[in-house]
Design a protein around this ligand. Structure first.
Ligand code: WTA
Length: 631
């Protein structure tokens, strides 16, 4: 492939080209794909206005490029390996030609069900092949998919379905997670009592549990797919037609529906997958994320398939039936590239090393991490026990908003420095901003991480709210994309991402905005006010600590704590439950009424050493009370 970067010289040359001849650089990569009509301009972007257009005028289809384009040479090669939750259940190997048929059938079915180009389709499915097939089928007909992680509650599902007025929901009867069965259809039914926009629900059968089907709304997928034709012409999409919406947390209660478009996203995810994982023909690649998150979109489905790769989809969890499950799967399929999250590494590192040593991991060539900063201990454990000190670790930094990986070591090119994401990929120019909002140009410095020039897969907007998009990412540092992360650059110019500098807390790799959780807590009738902060946790990275003031003193605190977590589970999902809750008679506030989270964070961490200047507080006496009442 013309965009392969496999040597230091290629990296240096590509990086230089990407800075000096931006248009030619991206055009060179884009030419590798099938376009039904070429572009008029490569890029037409304005950071100040948050306006991004790539490959304008061109027509393509990302599903055509992910599947049809490979049929001539790879029709019998496995595209997707499906490894079920239960190890004793038969795995499925889906070849490119079979995937093509499945996606064409689904595309025809969606059209027959009244889904047209531009319509939004919510996908609320477990990690089963129907999930990948639904995503690809939507893209094939030009419907905008909105995959909603199947761990979200009915309230969170309804909010997302309504925000982008989805016409259809694709779901399953239930899902398997370890030894649990989850009643997905029940959750959908409850959500849909609040979603008048949804006309039809398609139901995949996975757990074969008893469910209710609503007449003229709910349909089982299987019989309809059997009847559907396996011939389908991919719709010609404008490069800038929306491809999908994916929700992420922000600093207000409303989730942000990040919108990605077709052409730029295709070019960038394919380019980064190829280079970060140094994928070679016949390699077996495994990313353990869920397709409900951006990592799954870009690096389980689109990136690998655009490169004609074999990608593994795992339905289960790392701990079931025992903590050796990941390593067993690597051995079983002779996985070559393995990509997971630091929280999983930390959890598995706590288990007996026998769970690892039972398996042959010698097929591994490259191992990766994503989602949060990896601590040195976890990095060393991963390097020694999984990579056996011979596999480069790619610590990939990126975001839902960026669409693809922006900063990451490239295997056998970048130095291996524990906890460092090291180098930007060619095409990406990261900068660190100082306290005064200026670029810090020297090395050995820290600052807020911004990106100076647009790249093809930058999100185009927040669904229905361009103003919020502009304000969130492009006003703090005019002319730059602000990531919300802090970072360090060492003396050699290598980047280390230190973590969020805004009100997002990453718990077990999931981004959680404090505002929606506080909104949920405040719905409890006894609660007057609340503030959430993160505190360090051995496995989750961060856990949540809630400071809550009550309207009146309760008879015993215990039930209220349980009730608060119940509300959070219902409104958002179990991932957002608080580990600790402290009742207090007030929260530290500035004179303008802002909660001083800095102080709460220190108390939650158990660090009482230096609260800084608290004299500007409206109620400085509260600090002592909160300190003494720490739970
Ligand atoms: C964090 C996930 C340190 C970061 C792809 C970012 C990381 C947020 C890394 C985006 C990494 C992701 N090192 N931090 N390698 N990768 N992050 O939208 O704070 O779920 O802003 O996208 O995760 O999370 P999101």
């Amino acid at each position: 492939m013309s965009y392969n970067i496999r040597t230091r010289e290629e990296y240096t040359r590509s990086y230089q080209n990407s800075v000096e001849k931006k248009t030619e650089f991206w055009e060179g990569i884009a030419k590798e794909f099938t376009w039904f009509k070429p572009w008029n301009t490569v890029m037409n972007c304005d950071m100040k206005e948050a306006s991004f257009k790539w490959f304008e005028g061109a027509k393509t289809n990302i599903t055509f490029n992910s599947i049809d384009r490979h049929l001539e040479r790879k029709s019998e090669q496995t595209a997707i390996i499906f490894e079920p939750n239960m190890p004793n259940e038969q795995a499925t190997h889906i070849s490119y030609s079979v995937l093509h048929k499945k996606v064409c059938k689904m595309a025809n079915l969606l059209s027959e069900m009244g889904i047209n180009k531009g319509d939004r389709v919510a996908i609320y499915l477990p990690m089963i092949p129907e999930l990948a097939v639904s995503v690809l089928a939507c893209a094939r007909i030009g419907a905008v998919h909105s995959v909603i992680f199947a761990g979200f509650s009915s309230g969170a599902l309804a909010a997302r379905v309504n925000d982008s007025s989805c016409k259809m929901v694709i779901t399953a009867d239930g899902s398997f997670r370890g030894n649990k069965t989850i009643d997905l259809k029940g959750i959908v039914d409850e959500a849909l009592t609040q979603c008048p926009c949804v006309e039809k629900v398609l139901v995949a059968e996975r757990t074969m549990t008893q469910i209710k089907m609503k007449n003229n709304r709910d349909y089982f997928l299987k019989p309809l797919l059997e009847k559907a034709s396996e011939k389908h012409e991919a719709v010609h999409m404008d490069a800038e037609d929306p491809l999908f919406i994916l929700y992420t947390s922000g600093s207000t209660g409303k989730p942000k529906g990040m919108v990605h478009t077709t052409g730029g996203y295709m070019v960038y995810t394919a380019y980064t997958f190829n280079n970060v994982f140094a994928y070679e023909p016949n390699d077996v690649y495994w990313c353990t994320a869920d397709i409900g998150w951006i990592t799954g979109h870009s690096y389980i489905v689109y990136g690998p398939l655009l490169n004609g790769a074999t990608t593994l989809m795992f339905e289960g969890v790392p701990s079931y039936p025992n903590p050796g499950r990941f390593w067993e799967v690597i051995d079983k399929y002779k996985v070559n590239q393995f990509y997971t999250a630091p929280t999983a590494i930390r959890a598995l590192a706590k288990e007996s090393i026998e769970h690892v040593n039972r398996y042959d991991l010698s097929s591994l060539k490259i191992i990766g991490t994503v989602g949060e900063p990896i601590n040195e201990e976890a990095w060393q454990w991963y390097n020694t026990n999984i990579g056996k000190k011979k596999c480069p670790i790619v610590d990939t930094w990126w975001q839902t908003e960026t669409g693809g990986i922006l900063i990451s070591p490239l295997p056998h090119i970048s130095p291996q420095i524990p906890t460092f994401a090291t180098n930007p990929l060619p095409g990406i120019e990261p900068v660190l901003m100082d306290e005064n909002g200026n670029e810090s140009n020297e090395n050995d410095t820290v600052g807020k991480l911004c990106i100076k020039y647009p790249w093809p897969s930058i999100a185009r907007t927040i669904w229905g709210d361009h103003k919020r998009y502009k304000e969130t990412y492009f006003t703090a540092f005019p002319g730059y994309y602000f990531t919300g992360d802090g970072a360090k650059r060492n003396k050699d110019g290598m980047f280390r991402i230190t973590g969020r500098v805004d009100d997002v807390i990453i718990v077990s790799g999931h981004n959680l905005g404090t505002a929606p959780i506080e909104d949920a807590i405040n719905e409890h009738p006894m609660v007057a006010e609340s503030a959430i902060v993160g505190f360090p946790h051995d496995i989750k990275g961060n856990a949540l600590y809630g400071f809550v003031t009550l309207k009146e003193l309760p008879d015993g605190n215990k039930n209220i704590k349980l009730e608060i977590n119940k509300i959070i589970s219902e409104k958002i999902g179990p991932i957002a439950k608080l580990d600790r809750i402290q009742f207090t008679s007030g929260l530290p506030k500035t004179r303008s009424g802002k909660i001083m989270r800095r102080i709460l964070r220190k108390i939650a961490e158990g660090d009482f050493s230096n609260f800084g200047d608290i004299s500007t507080l409206l109620n400085p006496e509260i600090v002592e009370e909160i300190k003494n009442g720490r739970v």
